[in-house]
Ligand binder design. Structure first.
Ligand code: URP
Ligand code: ZN
Ligand code: ZN
Length: 473
């Protein structure tokens, strides 16, 4: 007998939309068809969309963020919030302290996460420094153990790598089949602009955006892509915010660079003007790269529509606003440079793209599925995830396309005290979420248990991503 049958819903994959029943046994999808036999549990999905559970491959949870500053979400609250937003897997970052063995840092993150999660999870590894032992021994061993993605930074003092270091890291990825995610902003140019702003007494949150202009992102994006071209390896350009950076990705791909592009809700829905808020309210929107302008928003939409972007992630990096351990920590009034970077959004990522993208006719359902689940699984080697197909993990989100409700932070489940999208009208919400065949959220209510989400080791896939829209570039 089937454990669970999801009956009569409109199923979407990255290539098709069709009506069928889904039969689930032992946590996997075992049948897709019409009039399936009864299951021990049944969900009537008539009139609903049945989509792969979202995979958010860019999430920060419990990450150390400076003295006296505490991230607003740990693995429990962060994954609960992700689940309510229609996600079944998240990929947070592991940030080792300088000098800390990478394996030890990963063990510590496992200890924070195991038994605490409402979604499945896996870790990207941030590399704040490299040396011969890390490159020659530690990383290859970790890749073999299923930690197949690293993030490197071209900005943030104490975190950024120089070009030579990035090349050496890319070379390890080439040899091991891992993938490197790059945060592209030119730190030296930013330092110069921050110095000028501070000399002029320009310290309010809005100067965060003005000292990280498009050109510093465009230049670093070009450089990162060129380094990947030299090494000839896969690369992800994360949290892309504007047209010129998108043009760099498109041009590199045309030259044959194996690049994946990621953008996030903040670059569709916010602008630098949001950092202008009364008093220090603009701090709520301080993230890097910063939100830009209407033309950049439009360019990001075009990038999603035409297939330049493969990944739509949240870059959930939550800090409470009205809190001495958050955006308003004691040092923050000294200037924008001291405000913790990052905004919450793991629960609102999918509803925003569904409402603004699918319901407003900018992208179709298969593209939504590719951008929010399937491509994340393929790029990061989650082999049994991101698709509704026989043999896959039964990770499924059921959406009510008729539910209309504005985003109110009071209704969300993260640990922050605000949403950057407060008041945004959303048309279409996930109402039921199934993780590995277990119903976790039923008609908007949490019914699953903490600890149901489990760690997932990943493969080092080298296959090129199937981009249905690539010819449109
Ligand atoms: O401002 C941001 N995006 N904070 C998170 C860290 C990162 O660079 O992704
Ligand atoms: Zn980043
Ligand atoms: Zn991030």
């Amino acid at each position: 007998m089937l454990d669970l049958v999801i009956r009569g819903g409109t199923i979407a994959t990255a290539s098709d939309v069709f009506t069928a029943d889904i039969g689930i046994r032992n946590g996997r999808i075992v049948q897709i068809g019409e009039a399936l036999p009864p299951g021990a549990e049944e969900i009537d999905a008539t009139g609903r969309y049945v989509l792969p559970g979202g995979i958010d491959s860019h999430v920060h949870l419990s990450q150390p963020s400076g003295e006296g500053i505490v991230m607003a979400d740990d693995f429990e609250s962060g994954t609960r919030s992700a689940l309510f937003g229609g996600n079944t897997t998240v990929l947070p970052f592991c940030l080792p302290a300088r000098g800390q063995p990478l394996r030890e840092a990963l063990t510590a993150y496992h200890a924070l996460a195991e038994g605490e999660c409402y979604t499945d999870f896996s870790f990207h590894l941030i590399l704040p420094e490299i040396n011969a032992a890390i490159l020659g021994q530690d990383l290859p061993a970790l890749v073999a153990d299923g930690y197949t993605s690293f993030k490197v930074f071209m900005t943030y003092e104490g975190l950024r790598l120089n070009d030579a270091e990035i090349i050496r890291t890319l070379d390890v990825a080439r040899r091991t089949g891992a993938i490197v995610m790059v945060h592209c902003e030119n730190e030296d140019a930013i330092r110069y602009l921050i110095g000028r702003a501070e000399e002029a007494g320009e310290i309010a949150p809005r100067f965060h955006a003005l000292t990280r202009p498009i050109v510093v992102e465009r230049e670093a994006t070009h450089r990162a892509l060129s380094l990947a071209e030299v090494v000839d390896t896969r690369i992800v350009i994360v949290h892309v915010s504007n047209g010129p950076a998108i043009d760099e990705i498109r041009a590199a791909r045309a030259r044959g660079v194996n690049v994946f592009g990621e953008t996030c809700p903040q670059y569709l829905m916010l602008t630098a003007a949001d950092l202008d808020g009364m008093d220090w309210e603009g701090a709520k929107f301080v993230c890097s790269p910063p939100p830009r302008d209407a033309a950049s928003q439009e360019a990001c939409w075009r990038g999603l529509e035409t297939g330049v972007f493969d990944l739509f992630s949240s870059d959930h990096c939550p800090f409470r606003y009205d809190d001495p351990a958050g955006k308003l920590h004691p040092g923050s009034r000294r200037g924008f440079r001291h405000i913790p970077n990052g905004i919450p959004g793991v629960e609102t990522r999918l509803p925003i793209l569904f409402s603004e993208g699918v319901m407003k006719g900018r992208i179709d359902l298969p593209r939504f599925v590719a951008l929010t689940a399937t491509n994340h699984a393929e790029v990061y080697g989650l082999e049994r995830k991101g698709r509704i197909a026989v043999g896959m993990d039964a990770d499924i989100a059921i959406w009510d396309p008729e539910e209309r409700r504005a985003i109110r932070h009071a209704d969300l489940h993260d640990g922050a005290d605000y949403s950057p999208y407060e008041g945004l009208e959303i048309w279409g919400w996930p109402t039921t979420v199934v993780l590995g065949g277990r119903t976790m959220i039923e008609d908007g209510a949490l019914v699953g248990q903490k600890g149901a989400g489990r760690y997932r080791s990943r493969s080092s896939i080298q296959a090129p991503l199937e981009r249905g829209l690539r010819t449109a570039l």
